[in-house]
Design a protein around this ligand. Structure first.
Ligand SMILES: Nc1nc2c(ncn2[C@@H]2O[C@H](COP(=O)(O)OP(=O)(O)OP(=O)(O)O)[C@@H](O)[C@H]2O)c(=O)[nH]1
Ligand SMILES: [Mg+2]
Length: 294
């Protein structure tokens, strides 16, 4: 399976982000708490070189709470200011302002020393498509300034949103990178809806998701589809079993795997399969030999 999705406008966005960096004091990287590895742009360090950074584990409501804690510790241990949020309900977002202050502590002291009191603070919000950047900004600003929707590629251009006088946020369109170094990354981004479905074979994608859910949250899977789930079952077997249970049949007694696949993906995205963290820090260590930068 080869997933690539790098439309032309993303090249433009990267250029725009690089150009706008000089206008901001801090960069908040919004990542999906269910897939903190896959939803992190591997080029981000180069792209935002030297700016103070905040890592926001968004969609924390859809991820496993224990997973959220592990990831927060992981990023904190690497020197990032970290927060968890559910931008949809607004839980956790109010702490953003404090985190900005924390990330800018040295800067603010320098400004003060130079007599620059009341200097405005500007934060750039970056992340993959559909992770919740615009929703996060709207919740902080307490009004619907930025357009949001449950599909990737909604924000098309940059937009400044003023939170209070002297505190502004810059919304940016979601970006991906030209090449996924590992095919799993494209797949994980497709599970969560960061890349469009149309570019991937739905059944293959769903069978992989079934296997992950089998390993990470078998109880939720069994409960949702009223099927028995065991370690030896393949993703295809699980899909077939769920399709039968739901009565998705096509002529000749065959099961309609395509229909079941779309439903599984929709239900996963809608949070109906429980809170699940698909990637854990230990996956990185296994893969990268422990340096955590894969
Ligand atoms: N459950 C849950 N849903 C969220 C959260 N944050 C955003 N959403 C939903 O995710 C969808 C996408 O949100 P957007 O704010 O448009 O995402 P975006 O990152 O701005 O997307 P692009 O502009 O396309 O890059 C919307 O339907 C939001 O309601 C969250 O923390 N939890
Ligand atoms: Mg947006």
């Amino acid at each position: 399976m080869n997933i690539q999705w790098y439309p032309g406008h993303m090249t433009k966005t990267r250029r725009q982000i690089a150009a706008d960096l000089k206008l901001v004091d801090v960069v908040a990287e919004i990542i999906d708490a269910r897939i903190p590895i896959a939803s992190r742009n591997p080029d981000i360090d180069d792209l935002v070189a030297g700016k103070p950074r905040i890592v926001v584990l968004n969609r924390a409501d859809q991820a496993d709470p224990a997973g959220n804690r592990l990831w927060a510790d992981y990023f904190r241990a690497r020197g990032y200011v970290v927060m968890e949020s559910d931008a949809k309900s607004g839980a956790g977002v109010a702490r953003f302002t404090d985190h900005v202050q924390e990330a800018l502590r040295e800067k603010i002291a320098q400004w003060r020393a130079k007599g620059q009191v009341g200097r405005p603070v500007r934060a750039m919000i970056v992340g993959v498509p559909n992770v919740g950047k615009s929703t996060f900004i709207n919740k902080i600003a307490k009004r619907k300034s930025a357009k949001t929707s449950d599909r990737p590629g909604v924000t098309r251009g940059k937009q400044w949103v003023s939170v209070t006088q002297g505190f502004e946020l810059l919304d940016t369109p979601g970006i991906l990178w030209p090449k996924f170094e590992d095919e799993r990354i494209g797949m994980y981004l497709a599970f969560t809806g960061a890349v469009r479905d149309a570019i991937i074979d739905t059944e293959t994608l769903a069978s992989h998701l079934m296997e992950l859910l089998r390993d990470r949250n078998p109880a939720a899977l069994a409960e949702r589809y009223k099927i028995s789930v065991s370690e030896e079952m393949t993703g295809w077997e699980l899909l077939e079993s769920a399709a039968r249970k739901r009565g998705f049949l096509i002529s000749g007694g065959e099961v309609d795997l395509e229909r079941m696949s779309s439903i599984l993906l929709d239900e996963f995205r809608a949070g109906k399969l429980g809170r699940v963290t698909l990637e854990l820090p230990e996956d990185l260590e296994r893969k990268a030999g422990g340096d955590g930068t894969a």
